[in-house]
Design a protein around this ligand. Structure first.
Ligand code: TRP
Ligand code: SF4
Length: 407
């Protein structure tokens, strides 16, 4: 769709993404999301934010961790090379406009759209120790849609698990534009033309149009077009109905696209997905001694009980680390040495340890000033919040107008 009057020029290629404040991030986050963010900021207008309201949808009983987790997490963003002179970094709860858009979008969002999001029932089943049958948790993807739509974001870099949420944001934007982006002239002409249709045809046409507009069913739109084509209306009347059907809507909110983050090649220390809750993670700012210890304790191919037993790298999580971290010569050395029992596992792990430490060094250096003075992080966020608010307010003016909230 082409851009519209509500887009300011710089909003055309906006990227937006958010993370819940989980505290210190690990190397999986770095190789999954953050490296990607640090790239995107060079080519796009980027907004990256801390989704602290989203954290409360599931952790409403533990508010005491949010603030510290926010600072820790943002230090890791900065450590990873996310640059506040290029990207806008902010905190969701300090841009109240998100809440206003969330409320307004809630008016016309069918409950069934929220209930059918796959993560909804999954999470309720998985987190049995928490009562997630709350209004806030049901609204999680709607709040996320507000986060995205308020910046008219074009691209949303996320992992595969978030794609259904982006899909829903698209549907919500489409529905909003259909409901509130009507062109009064086209509407009047179409109404006059429809009045000339026989009652039963008109009813059928309205039903098809509604299905096409509200539920995005394109085959219904095609059927409605067919109905117009075979009617006895004049050419001008047919054109008016087709214009109404083909959109004839102002694009107030933009339909965003998911930018699927490539899956990180790095598993956890035990070969499963790296996750703090599995206890198999290495933090982005893990101290040197601890990195060394963690890698040295990694499980290896269970067939290598003794140093003289040959092994198979395919059955060893250390091999996956080699694939993420070391060069071809080193990997050949591993293949050769492991399968012939020519090298020991500790020997094999050393190049991985060295590579991780080498990768972390510049990140530790970038983080240090912020660790020494967290006030700097607060300043960056305050500045980012101001910028985000300006952009959000711009959209909200158009949204309020479209929804009749003007004096
Ligand atoms: N739901 C996202 C997650 O858990 C976090 C998030 C909230 C988000 N709002 C967003 C991501 C908007 C992208 C865009 O990872
Ligand atoms: Fe794993 Fe390396 Fe030991 Fe082989 S030598 S089992 S690849 S750690």
């Amino acid at each position: 769709m082409s851009s519209t009057s509500t887009d300011s020029p710089s909003s055309d290629d906006r990227v937006l993404s958010g993370m819940r404040p989980t505290g210190a991030l690990h190397l999986g986050h770095y190789h999954g999301a953050l490296k990607n963010w640090a790239q995107l900021q060079n080519a796009h207008t980027c907004f990256f934010f801390v989704a602290d309201w989203h954290a409360l949808t599931t952790h409403y009983e533990t508010p005491e961790t949010i603030s510290a987790h926010t600072i820790e997490m943002v230090i890791d963003w900065l450590a990873a090379g996310v640059d506040p002179s290029k990207a806008t970094l902010f905190v969701q709860s300090r841009v109240l406009e998100h809440a206003e858009l969330f409320l307004l979008l809630g008016m016309g969002t069918p409950l069934s759209w929220l209930e059918r999001v796959p993560t909804y029932k999954d999470q309720i089943a998985n987190l049995k120790d928490k009562d997630l049958t709350t209004y806030g948790f049901l609204g999680y993807p709607l709040l996320q849609a507000a986060d995205i739509l308020i910046y008219l974001a074009r691209y949303v870099p996320v992992g595969a698990d978030q794609v259904p949420h982006i899909e829903m944001s698209r549907e919500i934007a489409r529905r909003f534009n259909n409901l509130y982006g009507k062109d009064p002239l086209i509407e009047a002409q179409a109404r006059a033309a429809a009045a000339k249709l026989p009652d039963s045809v008109r009813a059928q046409f309205h039903a098809l149009r509604r299905a096409a507009d509200q539920d995005g069913l394109t085959d219904k739109r095609d059927e409605a077009r067919e109905l117009i084509a075979t009617s006895k209306l004049s050419r001008a009347e047919k054109d008016a109905l087709r214009a109404q059907l083909g959109g004839g809507r102002r694009q107030i909110l933009r339909e965003p696209e998911a930018l699927l983050t490539p899956e990180s090649k790095l598993p956890g220390l035990d070969g499963r997905k790296m996750s703090k809750s599995y206890g198999n993670a290495i933090a982005i700012r893990e101290d040197r001694a601890s990195v060394e210890q963690k890698v040295k304790r990694m499980p290896t191919d269970p067939a290598r009980v003794k140093r003289t037993d040959p092994g198979n790298p395919e059955r060893c999580p250390v091999w996956q680390f080699h694939q993420a971290y070391t060069d071809e010569a080193t990997r050949n050395w591993v293949q050769q040495g492991c399968t012939s029992a020519g090298i020991g596992c500790l020997e094999c792990k050393q190049p991985v340890i060295d590579a991780i430490l080498r990768e972390q060094q510049p990140m530790l250096e970038r983080a240090q000033p912020y660790v020494d003075n967290p006030g700097l992080v607060r300043d960056i966020l305050a500045d980012g919040c101001d910028k985000a608010r300006t952009a959000a307010r711009h959209t909200m003016h158009a949204v309020r107008d479209a929804m009749g909230l003007k004096l």
